[in-house]
Write a protein that binds this ligand. Structure first.
Ligand code: ADP
Ligand code: MG
Length: 437
């Protein structure tokens, strides 16, 4: 096969020996720079196209040819795209010594297009692997982090920030399963001033952290965010781009609810710290992540807590439930007092109370775990009322001497406070648990 190098050609593959593309009519180039035979398209992003090629000077060894093909119009965009492409070549030259980063073979201009030629990695990218093999389990995610973090460490040591880590940009060597980091198109020198002009490529939606999207800034922690988003995507098969479009950065607050399989609290904690919206709260370096990853692996005999899919712990109890706890506590005790006073019997009143309250709480549009929690609070405070009534042997509260009304108000306030106290203690306990586990 011979590939048409017109970046706009829809069906670029042609039989060997053809002179003009059967699809778009463009003249075909049998050997780029008299050396590289481009045979098939591999991918096409915003400003570059990637092809599989053969190097005739190296006994037809396979290589990858990337062509600058900016889609954006206007001289500023073209200049920017050219700059990014040159940058990619420079980064590959600088970093390509690492065996998990492709080596740069050549960089040249031909027929008004810029090309870079790099080592071909035989294998699949992680998006393809996900589509073929299904979601990654915890062991596979840990392996991914273990394998990729040292590569990222080497990149950061050269003061380079990749800025576009995502499953498509991570390849797996078919031979030994090692991971390779590719696509340094938007990688930047950490010290360079960011150019955040509209239309500038600054990474991929859903994988790029907020500082990269808003300010065009990138730190080592920015790549760590993208690594967190990548891990999430591979664990759940949910593209973070879709979540980002629908919820902005809100999705990272409750990423656990999308899990389809249990993971340990340890891994969940690592992903939590990778996915912090504020970069200052994230891990600051690959070393920090590796330390946590190793620490937790070496503690094999420590029993692990499983984080099951569904609402996460932070979400399970949150501080905005406090006023509702007071309403549930005092409201339900008021209802109980009214019922006992009206019917004069505790048992029938309790039955009716249960029906009314259950109906009232469960029609509310809130998550089931919140409703259940509020219901339990109401139950506890009402039990308290029943106990008081039994102790004082009161039937109709209003007729209770010396002043029934004061007693009712007092009991309702106490019930509200009781519910508030229980709720606050639960929240404190919950926060402590999530910090120390
Ligand atoms: N060195 C390589 N070896 C093998 N496949 C590659 C290589 N570089 C890129 N590819 C394949 O081509 C796709 C697009 O390449 P990439 O460099 O990420 O360009 P883009 O800028 O279009 O995202 C990748 O997802 C991968 O599947
Ligand atoms: Mg890419």
């Amino acid at each position: 096969m011979i590939c048409c190098l017109n970046p706009d050609c829809l069906y670029p593959q042609n039989p060997v020996g053809t002179n003009f593309c059967v699809s778009c009519g463009t003249g075909l180039i049998p050997l780029l720079r008299g050396r590289y035979r481009v045979i098939a398209p591999l991918g096409g992003g915003g400003f570059a196209r990637t092809y599989l090629a053969e190097d005739v000077d190296k006994l037809d060894e396979q290589c990858v040819v990337k062509q600058l093909a900016p889609q954006a119009q206007g001289s500023w965009s073209l200049k920017k795209a050219t700059e990014l492409f040159q940058q990619e070549a420079r980064r590959l030259q600088q970093l390509g010594q690492h065996h998990q980063i492709p080596t740069l073979y050549a960089y040249f201009k031909e027929d008004n297009y810029l090309y870079l030629v790099q080592q071909f990695i035989e294998g699949q990218n992680l998006l393809q692997e996900l589509q073929q093999q299904g979601v990654f389990n915890e062991a596979k995610i840990r392996e991914l982090l273990h394998d990729l973090l040292p590569v990222l460490q080497a990149v950061h040591q050269q003061q380079v920030i990749h800025r576009d880590i995502k499953p498509e940009n991570i390849l797996r060597f078919q031979s030994d399963g090692k991971l390779v980091l590719i696509d340094f198109g938007v990688a930047k020198q950490a010290t360079a001033t960011a150019i955040a002009k509209p239309g500038t490529m600054i990474g991929s939606l859903g994988y790029a952290p907020i500082e990269q999207m808003q300010e065009g800034e990138a730190f080592p922690a920015s790549d760590l965010y993208s690594l967190g988003a990548t891990s999430f995507h591979l664990l759940t098969n949910i593209c973070t781009r879709d979540l980002w479009i629908r919820h902005g950065y809100g999705w990272i607050q409750n990423w656990r609810q999308h899990l389809k399989q249990p993971i340990t609290q340890e891994l969940a904690h690592i992903i939590d710290r990778l996915l912090q919206e504020n970069h200052a709260q994230r891990y600051q370096s690959t070393e920090e992540v590796l330390k946590d990853l190793n620490k937790r692996l070496s503690g094999r005999n420590i029993p692990v807590t499983i984080v099951t899919p569904g609402p996460n712990q932070k979400e399970l109890l949150c501080w905005n439930l406090l006023p509702w706890a007071v309403v549930a506590g005092s409201g339900s005790s008021m209802l109980m007092i009214a019922l006992i006073s009206f019917l004069g019997t505790i048992w029938i009143s309790s039955g009716i109370w249960l029906l009314i309250l259950a109906g009232f709480i469960f029609v509310q549009p809130r998550p089931l775990f919140e409703k259940t929690y509020l219901f339990i609070l109401a139950l506890i405070t009402t039990l308290f009322i029943v106990l008081v009534f039994q102790k004082l042997q009161i039937g109709r509260a209003l007729q209770y001497s010396p002043n029934g009304l004061i007693l009712i108000v007092f009991l309702v306030i106490i019930s509200g406070l009781l519910a508030l106290t229980i709720m606050s203690l639960s929240l404190l306990f919950n926060n402590l648990m999530s910090k120390f586990i």
